[in-house]
Each structure stands twice: as C-alpha cells, then as structure tokens.
Ligand binder design. Structure first.
Ligand code: NAD
Length: 358
C-alpha cells in the first residue's frame, strides 16, 4: 500500500470540515485544525490530524465536548485557574494563555492552570505562543481518564502514568530564534507508537516494555493485548521527572492524577500547570537578548563528529521540518490515511465534500 501525500492547505481544510461536522463552531474548528496541522508540519505526526479518529470516538462517547470555552475558576492576581470541562484542549489552553499574557504585564509572573480539558495536543504550540509574546514559559501536563496507564515508573514493569510532557520556552534574541524544548517524559510519545504501528515499523531502540516487563522496540505491545508500557526517559532521572510532572500538573491544577480511585471514561484528559514569566521584569531586555544570542552561538560552535549534522537548539528541528513540509506536503501511511477518511465519514462529512477535500 502506498503512502498519501497532501498539501498543508488541503489537510487543514479536511480537518476543519471534520471538526465542523462533529459540532464545533467555525472559530473552534479553525483553532483545532490549525493546531493539528502545525503539529504535522513540525514533524510531530503523533499529535496531528491523525488524532482525529480518536477525537470522533471521544466525541461520540461524550468524553470530548465541543464548544467549551476556558472557564475561569479562580482569578487571584498572579494566579489564574481555568476548568476545561472536557472541551478541546487546543482551544481551551489558547484562551487561558490569552488572559495570562494580559495578566503577566501587571504581575510579572503568572501561575496558570487548566484542569480537565480534552487532549491539549502538542504542548510546544503553547511554548511558541508564549515565547512570541516575549515570555518565558514552563509548562507541565499530565494525563487522566485514559483507560490504562501508559508509562512505567523507573524500576517498575506495569504502567502508572500518562506520557506527561514538559515544555520550556524562551523568547528569541536579536538573532537566535526562540528556544522551545517540548517532549514527553516517556522515551517516545504514545502517538508515535500509533504512527509506527500503523506503518508496520519498529523503533530503533527498545523504548517500550512488553507485558512481562522485557524491553522491546515493537509498537504492537502498546496496541495489541497483552499490553506493555512505555519506558520513562533518562533512567532514574526521567522516572523522577515523569513523577514530578504528575504532581505539578495533576495536583496544582486540581485536575487530579492517574491514581486508580478516579473514574476512567476512556478519553484523553489533560491538566496543565504553567509558570509564565516576563523576563523584562528581572533583567534588561537588551542584555537578555545579547546574552541569549551569545550563549546560543557558543553552544552551536561545539563541533559535531564528522558527517553528523551541526548542533541545534530545541525548536530548530521543528522549524526546519515546517519549511520542508510546507514545500513538499505531508505524508501519511496508507493505514493512517484510511483511518482519517473513515473518521471524516463517521463525523458526517458528505462523500462529495470528502472527494473534493482529500
Ligand atoms: P521528541 O522526542 O521529538 O523531542 C522533541 C524536542 O526535542 C523538541 O523540543 C525538539 O526541538 C528537540 N530536539 C529534537 N531533536 C533535537 C536535536 N537534534 N537537537 C536539539 N534539540 C532537538 O518529542 P516527543 O517526546 O516525541 O514528543 C512529541 C510531542 O508529543 C510533543 O510536542 C509533546 O508536547 C507531545 N505530547 C503531548 C502529550 C499530551 O498529553 N498532550 C503527551 C505527550 C507528548
């Protein structure tokens, strides 16, 4: 079966049509479709349009509720807390950040939390948004509601966590673009096991454990019974990080953790704790920019082994892939593409419209 290649604009239109058919108002469909497309463009297909089949199922099951705005639940100066009410995380978080960006102008630092939205998607999107606004961002996200935990604790074989991403973003200097570090605290994001499984590919290293706790590179252990677990990054340090994110995001947002007393309705619910800092309140902007550029330059000057690509800073691979994919289009495995089209039909996109869009 051959891969499908599609231009960015057509993919976004397809996602918009599907989300609208699922019930989203035009603005919401636009925000979510753009988020998904940008994830694909930046090379994170795990968090792109390929999530839509799951979103259709979640909508039908009532674990995802269209047209929910970010609901402000606690406005206490430098603390802004929102409830997500199972709405699209891509919309809810953007709205929460809009208020945080406004607030940080007066407070210099803001703690923003969002509890219980549906999937927030690629967390780097929010880091990029905050960095573009000239702000430093520390973002921690945990996962609840999923039927089964995905990531094993360090030293354990059975999963106890979601893939708990962290994003740390720093605004651009005069020359150097923004630093956007954004990753799952598991060795790979869960969605990447979906993309590999559907494409019939194994990983290059044993990023998972099978049900008996043996390391494996075969993604089927995440998609076929008996299911295994993803391994945390960086041995005991990553095991500590995945746990820290669970506490930071799950507790401070009041959205809760993966502990088994909570109901698991089968959706992907995310909770976010974000610390947002206006760096201009703690150091001069001219100095910050020059120092940022100088350090980035110094990092880049570290020679790479012969034949290997030069040193990059976080955010750069995504910028490179975006430029390339805008030019060349986006590629999906035959299985993944069939799943997206099937999801569009299930959502109610008319066959004639689908023929036009796809
Ligand atoms: P990854 O392993 O691809 O790492 C990405 C990070 O590493 C980026 O910041 C990138 O710029 C940087 N990077 C990559 N190669 C680099 C290089 N050679 N030099 C310097 N920096 C480099 O990401 P991942 O762990 O697979 O996560 C993928 C996505 O999944 C993320 O966007 C994350 O937010 C998302 N995610 C979301 C959830 C959720 O529940 N919403 C859960 C887990 C992950």
């Amino acid at each position: 079966m051959t891969d499908t290649r599609i231009a960015a604009a057509r993919l976004e239109a397809l996602a918009h049509a599907l989300l609208s058919a699922l019930g989203s108002a035009p603005d919401e469909a636009a925000v979510v479709a753009r988020h998904l497309l940008e994830a694909n463009l930046r090379g994170h297909d795990s968090h792109g349009v390929g999530m839509l089949p799951f979103y259709v199922d979640s909508c039908r099951a009532g674990t995802l509720v269209p047209n929910q705005p970010a609901r402000l639940s606690n406005d206490a100066g430098a603390i802004l807390q929102f409830a997500g009410d199972r709405g699209y995380g891509q919309r809810v978080v953007m709205e929460a950040l809009d208020l945080a960006i406004e607030r940080v102008k007066s407070t210099g630092i803001v703690l923003t939390t969002v509890s219980q939205s549906h999937h927030m998607g690629r967390i780097g999107t929010y880091g990029e948004r905050l960095a573009e606004a000239g702000l430093v961002a520390l973002l921690f996200v945990n996962v609840t509601d999923f039927p089964k935990a995905l990531v094993a604790p360090f030293g354990g074989s059975a999963a106890r966590f979601g893939t708990n991403p962290i994003c740390i973003a720093f605004p651009a200097g005069n020359v150097e673009p923004a630093f956007v570090l954004d990753f799952a605290t598991s060795m790979v994001a869960y969605g990447k096991t979906r993309v590999a499984y559907l494409a019939g590919r194994h990983f290059d290293e044993a990023v998972m454990l099978d049900a008996a706790g043996h390391p494996t590179a075969d993604p089927k252990v995440m998609w076929e019974e008996p299911k295994g677990a993803l391994r945390p990054i960086a041995e005991h340090k990553g095991g500590g990080l995945v746990t820290a994110v669970e506490f930071l995001a799950g507790l401070l947002s009041s959205g809760g953790t993966f502990q088994p007393a909570h109901p698991r309705a089968g959706g992907i619910v995310n909770n976010l704790t974000a610390v947002i800092i206006d760096p201009a309140r703690v150091a001069g902007t001219a100095w910050l920019r020059a120092e940022y550029d100088a350090m980035a330059d110094y990092i880049r000057s570290s020679p790479s082994p012969e034949g290997a690509p030069p040193v990059m800073l976080a955010g750069e691979p995504e910028r490179q892939r975006r430029a390339q994919r805008l030019e060349e289009g986006l590629t999906f495995s035959a299985n993944e593409w069939a799943g997206i089209l099937e999801a569009a039909r299930r959502a109610g996109v008319a066959e004639a419209d689908l023929a036009d869009l796809a």
